[in-house]
Design a protein around this ligand. Structure first.
Ligand code: ADP
Length: 496
């Protein structure tokens, strides 16, 4: 298929392939199908990309299996896998403007943030896992002196990876980094809303020198290409980031086919607790960043803010002023903080929540569309919401926060933890004992103390409860991509 010719308001020009990436080649879908990817700032089509069917997934899995058996896996020393990952990280940095421009166009996030956060973090994550590639060691285990016993951390094999649209390239990096470092091969499906930046990355994967078949990237829809991955009999593991609803389907598919290993990073409704002894100016800034960053389209968004009664009014004044000052608009404008929501569907879902919120709570700020084209929504604050209301319980995935006041700390903790989710939480206080005690009582995979949305490649990320299974990032993620083999060597024990 023809390449897409893209030129951006910041002067960057590039081309992007529109095909599937299998065996280091760009190929059209077998049945020739394509679908449109849309610019969320305008609602207009950017171009057509290949739409994978189950047959294309079969071809990609075969390529990944051949690569795993012959040119990757344990055929390649960790140091060599690491060298390729480090090279890829360098190439990402050399192409920062191009990748960030594509990300910004296809997803709607501000170019400056795509460049300074997303793509910079892509390079950091890939480099971090490049460093692990030759350091994932087993153990020798003492049993008795007639035996030598040790473990090996072996790659699992072919990994299916299904990613969402909120951080298209960063989720790509979170997924391929630990998988490739540990010697697995990959069939990765991008989200149908945001296929372009990952396709551009595939050019860099070839340039870095990865052998054909190690990384295969397909665009397509969840119900077809995604389901073909989670049901595939020759995929050994599936890693998914997305909604809890789809996570359940993926787990069911894995269970009813070959019991492939499953890791899931799902939704959240994260509580952010602000005590009266917090540095309030800082707490307000982090709280606004906690929910409004990436237009609220963050699984760990601090969408429930609980403020101790004594400072509630002060907090609200400052939070309102700050949210009003956030610049919402053209992702390529220099000062933009918040661009459009990713799609018409997401825009509609958020607006439905806002409508239901208006009936259940007090709409304090925003709640309306910004402009007349694209999917822009004003930063929105609800107050006085009952804990059991829809907007206080369900993940909205938009720039919508529910702020509540609390008096009794024990009751606050009960409410904060009274959710099916457990992805993240935060606590603000100048009293270190109180902050840490609270952090330990919050049931979440990540708790931020006096900050929000901080993610480092070295630090694990993942959910308690219905927010997920397994951990991404850090050394912990390696375990999700390895089988542990125990080897017992008899030295001198005669047969019983
Ligand atoms: P959202 O509703 O926010 O778009 P999803 O969880 O539906 O989030 O999508 C995240 C990823 O999961 C996307 O790549 C999507 O194509 C994929 N997906 C959606 N439905 C399925 C499914 N039934 N099986 C496998 N993957 C799916």
């Amino acid at each position: 298929m023809p390449k897409l010719e893209l030129s951006f308001p910041n002067g960057v020009k590039t081309t992007v392939q529109s095909d599937l990436f299998i065996n280091n080649k760009f190929v059209p879908a077998l049945d020739g199908k394509t679908f449109a990817t849309v610019n969320p700032s305008t609602g207009k089509e950017i171009g057509q990309v290949a739409e994978a069917s189950a047959k294309d997934i079969d071809v990609a899995v075969k390529a990944a299996r051949d690569a795993f058996e012959n040119v990757w896996g344990e055929k390649v020393p960790g140091a060599e896998r690491g060298r390729l990952l480090l090279k890829l990280a360098d190439l990402v940095e050399a192409n920062l403007d191009v990748l960030a421009s594509i990300e910004s166009l296809d997803n709607g996030k501000a170019f400056s943030i795509a460049k300074g956060f997303d793509v910079a973090a892509v390079a950091a994550n890939i480099r971090y896992y490049g460093g692990w590639a030759d350091k994932n060691q087993g153990k020798t285990i003492e049993t008795n002196d007639k035996k030598f016993t040790y473990t090996r951390h072996e790659p699992i094999g072919v990994c299916g990876q299904i990613i969402p649209w909120n951080f298209p390239l960063l989720m790509f990096a979170w997924k391929i980094g630990p998988a490739l470092a540990t010697g697995n091969t990959v069939v990765l499906k991008t989200a149908e809303q945001t296929p372009l930046s990952a396709i551009k990355m595939c050019e860099l994967i070839v340039e870095a020198g990865f052998p054909p078949g190690v990384v295969n990237v397909v665009s397509g829809f969840g119900a077809v290409a995604g389901a073909a991955i989670s049901n595939h009999m020759d995929i050994d593991k599936v890693a998914f980031t997305g909604s809890t609803l789809v996570g359940r389907n993926i787990m069911k598919a894995a269970a009813s086919t070959n019991l492939k290993k499953v890791t899931l990073e799902l939704g959240g409704k994260s509580p952010n607790v602000i005590f009266k002894d917090a540095d309030l100016d800082q707490a307000v800034k982090w709280a606004a960043f906690g929910i409004m960053f990436n237009h609220g389209q963050t699984c760990c968004a601090g969408s429930r803010v609980y403020v101790e009664e004594d400072v509630y009014d002060q907090f609200m004044d400052k939070m309102t002023a700050l949210c009003k000052s956030l610049s919402v608009g053209d992702p390529f404008a220099q000062n933009t903080f918040q661009g459009p929501q990713v799609s018409q569907l997401q825009y509609d879902r958020i607006m439905e929540y806002i409508e239901s919120g208006k009936k259940e709570a007090n709409l304090h700020l925003g709640g309306v569309r910004k402009g007349s084209e694209g999917y822009f929504i004003e930063p929105t604050i609800f107050t006085d919401a009952d804990h059991n209301s829809k907007i206080a319980r369900e993940e909205i995935f938009g720039p919508v926060v529910v702020v509540s006041k609390f008096k009794d700390e024990k009751e606050l903790l009960r409410i904060a933890n009274d959710t099916m989710y457990g992805l993240a939480a935060a606590v603000f206080s100048r009293d270190i004992s109180r902050a840490i005690e609270t952090a330990h009582k919050l049931k979440a995979g990540t708790v931020w103390v006096n900050c929000y949305n901080q993610l480092d490649p070295q630090v694990p990320f993942g959910g308690y409860k219905a927010s997920g299974i397994g951990r991404e990032l850090g050394e912990y993620a390696l375990a999700n991509y390895t089988n542990v083999k125990a080897v017992h060597c008899n030295l001198s024990t005669p047969a019983p």
